[in-house]
Design a protein around this ligand. Structure first.
Ligand code: BG6
Length: 490
């Protein structure tokens, strides 16, 4: 089935205007426009959309195309007439040199946008600029009369480095736009498998009954990357794994695993339930946290540094459902393999009728596990114990039910930004973070980040799963490492 054939089943997207402020920058070229292009190729973005790229200096369509092309067409060999399609798509973009520090610099843009404007046509302002420029950009939008009921504002991390600075940045946005107009991107929420986690939990009955401390022994969340910090060292060194990954992506995954079923699948109810999880997180003790730094990191940064490139922690959620169930969470750069995985380990059988009378149980009580692979090779594996076929008695051995989304749906799984950019046009905030969620995440992270300051991270060799820790072994458990088929790992 092609993407186009799938379209009638997907929620309609109204024709929209996207204004990308800082549109010639890296985020725009690597993520925003490639995602919009792929939606264009799928027919969801039509020739009636308009895109305005705002930059300090203008750029010609040819230059923009040359920069954009590798990000749009790489890996899209099966796309028919890709080059011609890209030309048509670029024809929808207008390039404007605008200095957002200069008063009234958006007046000309406003004229174009208002031409044909009506309340059903969203105007989407995407801040692809540093947060220090948000305030000025908002003022320009406001003075140009562009804060309209159909206007939306998109921002992305880093939105501050703690609660206070995050609130300060958000206050500037909220001085101009309403909360219901602000779309805070956490791109993990746009990943297919992350959304599938909600489908798995709330569209099936079999797991929900077991999804609690009666049946679950522990939950592990691993987001492992093989890349280092590369050219982002100056940004990363100020943030580290705690602020760059844990405060947002990992806590969001944790929320989706742990939240109560919302009564409706809508923005407020889903976000209310996620907020409740964040509010129930038990404050961390430092012996529940392990920080690491890969060996070459300081060399890459060019100076001695204590910034962590790995963090592992044991988190407890103080509510009825999760009391006593540890969530072990880790993320790091330069690890063995690129894989994000959620592993739910169920409790052992309460009474063993096997392992008696000469019955062989090869792995002696392998627990049932549900492994949700967020990326790559997205899918679900349910680890079971079954009988080894053949005569010779009751021999137990581990087996698994395996659902690979890629193979089952025979589809290219869309990039997270494709979904998120269309949801903004649809006015659907479900997969975006509300301010109270962001602040609750900082409330949990701030004491940790403060205590981590000055602490010496453990060095770990590149290509390992981070520094050794006793977080799990102290509890009689061990990390479950993702197993990736390296032939098609990316
Ligand atoms: C970003 C972080 O938000 O997510 C990066 O700033 C990280 O440091 C990236 O590499 C990981 O995203 P993905 O989609 O590749 O897992």
């Amino acid at each position: 089935m092609t993407d186009r054939e799938l379209l009638p089943q997907s929620a309609a997207v109204p024709d929209s205007d996207y204004v990308i402020i800082g549109g010639t920058g890296d985020l725009s070229l690597r993520k925003i426009f490639p995602a919009l292009f792929l939606r264009y190729a799928a027919g969801q973005v039509t020739n009636d959309f308009r895109f305005f790229v705002l930059g300090r200096q203008t750029i010609t369509a040819e230059d923009f195309k040359a920069k954009l092309k590798p990000h749009c067409l790489a890996g899209m060999e099966t796309l028919k007439d890709g080059e011609a399609l890209l030309d048509r798509f670029i024809g929808l973009i207008e390039f404007n040199a605008i200095d957002i520090s200069a008063k009234n610099s958006m007046a000309g843009l406003a004229e174009k946008l208002m031409n044909g404007a009506d309340e059903t046509r969203p105007i989407i302002f995407y801040m692809s600029i540093a947060p220090s420029l948000f305030s000025e950009a908002c003022q320009r939008i406001d003075e140009a009369g562009l804060v309209l009921p159909q206007s939306r504002l998109v921002v992305e991390k880093p939105l501050g480095h703690d609660r206070a600075s995050s609130l300060e940045i958000n206050d500037k946005l909220l001085a101009v736009f309403k909360e219901s107009q602000i779309y805070r991107i956490d791109h993990y929420l746009g990943k297919e498998t992350v959304q599938n986690l909600m489908a798995l939990r709330f569209a099936n009955v079999i797991f929900e009954a077991l999804w609690n401390n009666r049946y679950i022994d522990n939950i592990q969340i691993t987001v492992a990357e093989t890349v280092g910090v590369g050219s982002r060292a100056s940004y990363y060194d100020q943030y580290g794994a705690i602020r760059d990954m844990l405060q947002n992506h990992l806590l969001q995954l944790l929320c989706l695993v742990a939240m109560e079923p919302p009564a409706r699948f809508n923005a407020d109810q889903v976000r209310n339930e996620k907020l409740r999880v964040l509010q129930a997180l038990r404050p961390l003790e430092m012996d529940q946290v392990v920080m690491g730094q890969y060996q070459a990191y300081a060399h890459e940064v060019g100076k001695p540094t204590l910034t962590e490139t790995y963090v592992g922690l044991k988190v407890l959620i103080d509510n009825w459902r999760w009391a006593g169930v540890p969530f072990y969470i880790r993320t790091g750069k330069k690890m063995t393999t690129r894989a994000s995985e959620i592993v739910i380990t169920f409790k052992n059988r309460p009474h063993d009728i096997f392992n008696k009378d000469g019955i062989t149980d090869h792995d002696n009580e392998i627990p049932n596990r549900l492994i949700i692979r967020v990326q790559p090779q997205e899918g679900l594996r349910l680890l079971l114990t079954s009988k080894e076929p053949g005569p010779g008695g009751m021999r137990l051995f581990p087996s698994e039910l395996n659902l690979s989304f890629g193979e089952t749906f025979d589809e290219r799984l869309p990039d997270a930004y494709e979904r998120l950019l269309m949801d903004i046009a649809r006015g659907n905030q479900t997969l975006f973070m509300r301010l109270d969620e962001v602040l609750a995440a900082w409330d949990f992270i701030d004491p940790l980040a403060k205590n981590a300051q000055g602490a010496i991270p453990l060095l770990y060799a590149e290509g390992t799963m981070g520094p050794p820790d006793t977080l799990l072994s102290d509890d009689g458990r061990e990390w479950v490492d993702p197993k990736v088929d390296n032939d098609d790992a990316d």
